[in-house]
Design a protein. Structure first.
Length: 337
């Protein structure tokens, strides 16, 4: 017979299991805060830096404050996010993101994207990068590093280091087979609900093949059909996957997919990249309802210490044993093992 856990062990397993009060149509805010808590590198950065080091970094400081409050308590406590919401309201006033300062339901992924951009803008620094080409280094590797370095010149931050990856787009002319390459950075993968498995959904995004009519080829100086191929070149330390459920009419695709607790991206890389990233599922934002601007958001959270799964429904926390996969799953959070 296994002994009952000690009070200290129980307290540790419940530490940070704290809900967030809904301040009025703000369930999407609460769900995203809980999702960001699954990003260990980001949270360690925020919690270990002093308040003074975040001077004039208002969104980062507001996030640090609410996360520190959450981690200082445990179930059945909950927090009121009034200070965080008020700070974000001040930041977005008279900007294209002013909707995030209202008490109206918004899209959780758009809010996540806004926060990542805002955190980055507050923390970014300019750096001088010195490229060193190694003897016999592959030209493709040099091209990729040049593209990444060009972005970093004005966009270096812990946000980029943690959440950004890069795709390679290859355009092939049908007339002369000339190949040209483009590089695109991302902070989340947006996958369609199309296929039998999660890997099929991912492939339709990261290994997408599209036709181009009348492509202007610089090699043969003509306009010809072409194809564009996509491959992963660089993956982030922490990965967000958006399941693209909402259609042009804002109605929801209710397809259910059997998600997986661990993901390997080896099959999706460009052939020049000899690496593999194994990711572990650590959080999910769920959207309940048929329409993008209605319904309700909740979040699933894997405790980083106890490894137990919890459901956060605003201020209420329920232990759920394992991640629940359903048509409600909207944003997935994975970290590298």
């Amino acid at each position: 017979m296994n002994p009952l856990p000690s009070q200290d062990a129980k307290s540790i397993s419940l530490k940070g299991i704290v809900g967030i009060e809904n301040m009025g149509n703000m369930c999407y805010v609460n769900a995203i805060i809980q999702l960001l808590r699954t990003c260990q590198d980001w949270n360690i950065f925020c919690l270990t830096h002093s308040v003074e080091s975040f001077n004039n970094k208002k969104a980062v400081l507001a996030y640090k404050d609410i996360v520190a409050t959450i981690w200082s308590a445990h179930r059945p406590a909950y927090v009121r996010p009034l200070a965080f919401i008020s700070e974000i309201k001040n930041i977005v006033q008279n900007t294209p993101y002013a909707m995030f300062g209202t008490h109206m339901q918004q899209d959780a992924h758009e809010y996540l994207s806004f926060l990542l951009d805002q955190f980055h803008e507050e923390l970014k620094v300019s750096v001088e990068l010195v490229s060193k080409e190694l003897p016999n280094q592959d030209k493709m590797i040099i091209s990729a590093q040049t593209a990444w370095n060009y972005f970093l010149l004005k966009h270096t931050s812990i946000v980029v280091d943690t959440f950004f990856g890069m795709l390679r787009k290859t355009v092939v002319c049908s007339n002369c087979n000339n190949r040209t390459y483009q590089w695109e950075l991302f902070n989340s993968l947006k996958i369609p609900c199309d296929g039998e498995t999660l890997y099929e959904w991912i492939r339709k995004e990261v290994n997408e093949v599209t036709d181009i009519d009348a492509y202007k080829c610089d090699s043969c100086n003509g306009r010809h059909p072409a194809k564009k191929y996509s491959h992963i070149w660089k993956m982030p330390k922490h990965l967000f996957i958006l399941i693209n459920r909402f259609q042009n009419n804002n109605m929801k695709n209710m397809t259910t997919c059997n998600l997986v607790d661990t993901l390997s991206f080896k099959q999706f890389y460009a052939e020049e990249v000899q690496t593999d990233n194994i990711y572990e599922l650590c959080g999910i934002v769920d959207h309940h309802g048929p329409h993008i601007h209605s319904g309700h958001y909740t979040s699933q959270y894997k405790h980083p210490i106890s490894k137990e799964w919890w459901l956060f429904d605003d201020n209420v926390a329920h232990e759920i044993g394992h991640a629940h996969f359903s048509a409600a799953n909207y944003i997935l959070s994975y970290h590298t093992l």
